[in-house]
Design a protein around this ligand. Structure first.
Ligand SMILES: [Zn+2]
Ligand SMILES: [Zn+2]
Ligand SMILES: [Zn+2]
Length: 204
């Protein structure tokens, strides 16, 4: 009889890589397990207190280490996922290799998306805070002019989306976008030559 294996997967909060490794059920019953990332900066630890397993999971979503208490039947059979205490998303998977691998891949995609989203929010992540501030106040001046910001579709209603190195003007009627770069002195100079701005319009 071949030895029954359990796979463990998590996302390394230090280097962002997925970590996937297997341990035999026999080994898990006999001693503590440690699964380390290739970068050497994080490790998933599993201990058994005689009644329950304790998993210490480095969380690739929030960066903390979470402790999960897992009964043996959940740790040693079927497939299970352990959640991040802060975000309530799953950050660790235990089970057959195929299932763990698939979930881990999805987790990596999700974490990457969240990272990008964070980068496009918060004022602390502008490429240049001063330029962004100047661009926004210039846009305010342009918007204050009569029909200062319009869309080629004829609409005068628009929204503003502030990104890391640009501001998007989005037409509320047709959804067209005009991107105003806001990262360098040059971007600011370019914007200042405009008395008015026209969003290109969709299907115009
Ligand atoms: Zn790592
Ligand atoms: Zn977490
Ligand atoms: Zn429009």
């Amino acid at each position: 009889m071949s030895e029954e294996m359990r796979s463990f997967g998590y996302l390394c909060p230090e280097c962002g890589r997925t970590v996937l490794a297997a341990r035999s059920v026999f080994a898990l019953e006999a001693s503590n397990a440690e699964i380390e990332c290739e970068c050497g900066k994080s490790a998933l630890r599993v201990t058994f207190d005689g009644a329950k397993y304790h998993a210490y999971v480095p969380c690739g979503i929030c960066g903390e280490t979470h402790e999960a208490v897992v009964p043996p039947e959940r740790m040693l059979t079927g497939a299970t996922a352990l959640g991040c205490a802060r975000t309530k998303q799953f950050c660790c998977f235990v089970g057959p290799e195929g299932v763990v691998e698939k979930n881990l891949r999805e987790l990596a995609v999700l974490a990457e998306k969240e990272k990008q989203q964070k980068e496009s929010e918060g004022p602390e992540v502008f490429v240049d805070n001063v330029i962004m501030y100047e661009v926004l106040s210039e846009l305010k001046d342009i918007a204050a002019r009569d029909r200062g910001i319009t869309c080629a579709c004829g609409s005068g209603r628009y929204g503003m989306e502030i990104r890391r190195s640009a501001v998007d003007l989005v037409c509320r009627d047709c959804g067209a976008k005009l991107r105003i770069p806001a990262a360098t002195d040059r971007d600011l100079d370019d914007l200042c030559c405009h008395m008015r701005l026209v969003i290109p319009g969709k299907g115009v």
